[in-house]
Design a protein around this ligand. Structure first.
Ligand code: ZN
Ligand code: ZN
Length: 141
C-alpha cells in the first residue's frame, strides 16, 4: 500500500520558545517568547500580519519590538527571513526544510512539499487557497 507523502510543515501549534532561545544562547524575554510562538502558528507572515496576533498575548507589543525580536532571531539562526521582490519581508521559524511558492493571485507565500521545491528558490504559481482543487500549482518553467 503506497504511503501518502506528508507535507513537511513548520512545527504547528505550541512551540517551546524558551528552550529554543536558550539553545541559541539568547536571553528569554516575554516578547521573544510570544513573537516566536506566534510565528510558529503563523508561518510566512509579515510583521504587519503578526502584530495583531502578538497583541492578543502581549497587549502593548509594537511593530518595532517585533522587528527587533525577528532581527535577533535571524542572527541567531532561529528565524528565516524572505526578501521576496515586490512584497513585504516575511518570516518563518527555521525548521524542517520545505519549498515555497509565491502566489501570483493573492500574494500569499505558501509551503510546498515537493522534493524539487525544497531548498530551491521561491517558486511562483497559484497557492493552495486560490487553486480550485486545493493544491498549490507552481507555474511550469
Ligand atoms: Zn493564492
Ligand atoms: Zn516556509
Amino acid at each position: 500500500m503506497p504511503t501518502t507523502p506528508t507535507l513537511p510543515q513548520p512545527s504547528p501549534g505550541r512551540l517551546d520558545a524558551e528552550a529554543r532561545l536558550r539553545r541559541a544562547g539568547l536571553r528569554v524575554t516575554t516578547a521573544r517568547q510570544v513573537v516566536l510562538e506566534t510565528l510558529a502558528e503563523q508561518p510566512h507572515t509579515t510583521v504587519a500580519e503578526l502584530l495583531p496576533h502578538v497583541r492578543d498575548r502581549l497587549r502593548f507589543a509594537s511593530t518595532r519590538a517585533i522587528h527587533d525580536v525577528l532581527a535577533t532571531g535571524v542572527s541567531a539562526g532561529l528565524v528565516r527571513r524572505f526578501d521576496t521582490v515586490g512584497v513585504a519581508q516575511r518570516y518563518e521559524l527555521t525548521g524542517p526544510e520545505h519549498g515555497h511558492l509565491l502566489c501570483t493571485n493573492c500574494g500569499r507565500l505558501d509551503s510546498v512539499g515537493t522534493a524539487e521545491a525544497t531548498g530551491a528558490p521561491i517558486l511562483t504559481g497559484v497557492c493552495s487557497h486560490c487553486a480550485p482543487d486545493g493544491h498549490a500549482h507552481p507555474e511550469a518553467r
